[in-house]
Ligand binder design. Sequence first.
Ligand SMILES: NC(=O)c1ccc[n+]([C@@H]2O[C@H](COP(=O)([O-])OP(=O)(O)OC[C@H]3O[C@@H](n4cnc5c(N)ncnc54)[C@H](O)[C@@H]3O)[C@@H](O)[C@H]2O)c1
Length: 304
Amino acid sequence: MKVLVTGGLGFIGSHLVDQYIHNGYDVVVLDNLSTGALSNLNPDARLISMSLLDVTLEECLRKEKPDIINHHAAQVNVRNSVSNPIYDVETNLLGTVRLLQAAGKVGIKKFIFASSGGTVYGQTPKIALPETFITKPVSPYGINKLASEFYIDFYAKQYGFQSIILRYSNVYGSRQNPASESGVVSIFENRIRNGLPPIVYGDGKQIRDYIHVSDVVAANILVSQLESLPHEILNVGTGKGTSLNELLALFYRLYRGSKPPVYTNAKAGELSFNVLSINKLTSLGWSPKISLEEGIIQLSQEHD
Ligand SMILES: NC(=O)c1ccc[n+]([C@@H]2O[C@H](COP(=O)([O-])OP(=O)(O)OC[C@H]3O[C@@H](n4cnc5c(N)ncnc54)[C@H](O)[C@@H]3O)[C@@H](O)[C@H]2O)c1
């Protein structure tokens, strides 16, 4: 099986590439290095240094002939999508549509997409959200992820390939770039480790569903292996909510004597609650293996 991983030099994509290689897949990475790092490239994977928007994308896919495309390349910063929505449309929506069009023409078996359970649903009640919950994104990032899901469905039917949409909650783990401002776990970890106080926007009571990158990778491998799936859209989270204050408490247990957090004004439009129901994915035999506490201990050890 040959798989092309877009965004395979990034945080999640590079862990995914490692696991595909480990499982014996032939792996090609397509990445433009905008936020990804060459140091993340698995030595057994081949890199095509190219943007999704490159006019030679179709030619490239025709040459590579992947069976599976696993699409992780994106602009991942929600706040950037608000300040620069055109860039988000170009990278996340247009880039996805170009990839789908090329994939359809060339002929692939399966298309897997990294969508966002943290943004496609919008403001929600305090329940673990099933995939059927109404989608009402409140950011350009969420709008473009949702629009991409519709395009994937359209092209999958048009060209007859299998499509799987994985809606991730808040993913954390090694290689997440604290400078990208999109992963609060890596941002807190980085500041505390460097003797700086973590900054909390609002009262710290906002609740999120934090999932370790290895569990996200395991979900991707599972859907890569299944020939048919009863569901096309699957949440990938833990089903458990943790407040920012609780997250900080976990850090302070590990990094004793660290500077206390600084609380500042809440960010306009920030969701107060986002937790995903994972019943569909667990019914396929997957379950999250790493607790938040274990994941944070692992992170701290990696930096020892
Ligand atoms: N990190 C999370 O918590 C989270 C949550 C939900 C969904 N996702 C999605 O998972 C995917 C991976 O996110 P990540 O956190 O690993 O981010 P990341 O920034 O580490 O990885 C994104 C990768 O895409 C590449 N890229 C960006 N634009 C490109 C383009 N035009 N052409 C080719 N490559 C391009 C970057 O160089 C980078 O290597 C993204 O689609 C993101 O939206 C992430």
